[in-house]
Design a binder for this molecule. Sequence first.
Ligand code: NI
Length: 267
Amino acid sequence: MKRLMAALAVLVALAACGEAPERQRTSAEAETPVLVQPMVYRQPDPDRRRGLGPDGLPDMCAQGKCVALTFDDGPMDHTERLLEILARYNARATFFVVGQMVEEFPQLVQKEVAAGHEIANHSWNHSDLAGLSEEGVTAQIKQTQEAILRHSGYRSVLLRPPYGSSNARVAKVAASFGLPEIIWAVDPLDWRDRNSSLIARRVLSETGPGDVVLLHDIHASTVDAVPKILEGLSAKGYRFVTVSRLFRGMALQPGHQYRERTMTVAR
Ligand code: NI
């Protein structure tokens, strides 16, 4: 019963307002000085221009078609089914989890980690962080980092503020935890329109190389749309990678916002 009440409380909080993206762009995304196998990286700059990653292997996301599907607000009832679908297509994704839900369903987070997905911080109870004090923001981020680590052994390196709502105070606290803010480039409005065909169609028409796509694994209609999304984007040559993999080789600055990896290839 306690578990049910906690799940309901989060659902009520989620229903209160939709994700309202703030569309500001962040400053230049500098490349990391590459840590290297000296043999490969005697001349790191030309290598990076050729799209080589830090391990000396060609970085498919620097030149190829990568997309980062992200699933927010879980884990919850439909997460397990989503994991089965992602496994069937050998797709990796990123789960922006709510700390309270991690406490309720730790085994689902463990399964996400075991399947090679990325786990990231989406606050403790889906509060609008921009409306909280510095102490409040700190508690939301800290408790969630700790819950993820305690239950899965995974140390999250990314934050997505609920509703994409942030400000200088949130950015400062995020930076103090070493977390960049990952927003999104594509929002198919799956939190509002519970129609799987519509969701799949929007993702397929709006997604470009290097995009971060916002989805929610708390809705059955979204999970129902995932096979069509994976098939449609696969047919266009996309690879499905985690957010950290998408931005590999680039320095994500703690406290700064990112929505996509800038790409030069055509859709
Ligand atoms: Ni959310």
